[in-house]
Ligand binder design. Structure first.
Ligand SMILES: [Zn+2]
Length: 324
């Protein structure tokens, strides 16, 4: 079952000070995070302890244990075969790294810790949020991403209730700690990606199969926007111009083409929900020397994933489910 995908839906917040529940727009949360809104019940602002935080929507179908395995879950990754069966994290270590780590034993222990980590899946919105965040990271720059639709085994045992985002405290989540013996899947409240949505921590055995498409899709973009963006970029010079003014010596020279490309990305970002503006603008930023056509298709395709997910969902529908 597909849940309603809506990046700009209202969020539920719960005040730790007075216990009041709020249903708020993303713009309200944005002002709140800047200290410009108060809890209407007790006046707490975001700087204070016990201040309101996003919480789960009581109507979220994933709160119902029996529906956890029937709804579609999502994940984005640069791995073309996620969740990799014989994942050997030590395989990527160079002989130098192995030596620096102290030899075979510490390397094996490190690999075991990596394998013990929980996998994470969440809403479509959370998967896209996660990808945009990773696209900003140097390590994933320019890599091909894949969107996975995940189907759980119908018999999975779901841990009761939900946890506070465990990665909030420790980054990686050890599977055994969130899914004790006899439990396959633990729900947690996601604070950072699709805030207020429920995500799942689980082992690969809980997954029945996945469908997969590359994102952005190779042929899903707004043809008019792409054509106009390419024409504008090609008329702008790609020769870097040294900055002028007082702070010029601190600034890298930028070409008029790169400046325009960044403006185009920022304008696209401005059409998205406020909590995606910065992430989108930097994920779709135009890099000096980039090919205008390739960039425009990529930027428009990324925008489409958020603005109109129907195309990517239809593409997923066409894919066979790969058993895990
Ligand atoms: Zn309050």
């Amino acid at each position: 079952m597909e849940r309603l995908i809506d990046f700009s839906r209202d969020r539920q917040m719960l005040c730790g000070g007075c216990g009041r529940r709020l249903v708020v727009h993303l713009d309200w949360i944005d002002r709140w995070e800047q200290g410009r809104e108060k809890c209407p019940g007790c006046g707490l602002t975001c700087e204070q302890e016990d201040a309101p935080r996003v919480t789960v929507d009581p109507d979220d179908p994933a709160l119902d244990d029996d529906r956890v395995a029937t709804v579609s879950w999502y994940h984005t990754s640069t791995q073309p075969d996620w969740p990799t069966r014989d994942f050997d994290p030590a395989a990527v270590f160079t002989p130098e790294t192995r030596m620096m780590m102290g030899g075979d034993e510490p390397v094996a222990a490190c690999a075991a810790r990596q394998r013990a980590k929980a996998l994470h899946i969440g809403t479509y919105e959370a998967a896209v949020h996660n990808m945009l965040r990773r696209m900003r990271d140097q390590a994933d720059w320019g890599n091909q991403f894949y969107l996975y639709r995940v189907h759980l085994n119908p018999s999975v045992v779901v841990r009761e209730g939900w946890l506070i985002d465990p990665s909030d405290f420790v980054g990686d989540v050890v599977l055994d700690e969130v899914c004790p013996q006899g439990v396959d899947v633990a729900r947690y409240l996601n604070y950072h990606e699709d805030p207020g949505g429920l995500s799942l921590a689980l082992g690969r055995e809980a997954i029945a199969g996945v469908q997969q498409v590359p994102v952005p899709l190779p042929d899903a973009w707004d043809a008019d926007w792409v054509r106009e963006a390419i024409a504008a970029l090609e008329t702008a010079s790609d020769a870097p111009v040294p900055a002028t003014g007082k702070l010029a010596r601190f600034m890298r020279p930028a070409s008029p083409r790169a400046v325009l490309g960044r403006e185009l990305a920022a304008a696209l970002a401005g059409r998205l929900p406020v909590n995606l503006h910065d992430q989108f603008a930097s994920a779709a930023a135009f890099a000096e020397g980039e090919d205008p056509e390739q960039w425009a298709r990529q930027a428009s395709g990324l925008f489409d994933l958020i603005d109109d997910p129907t195309r990517v969902l239809a593409a997923l529908d066409q894919q066979d489910s790969r058993g895990v």
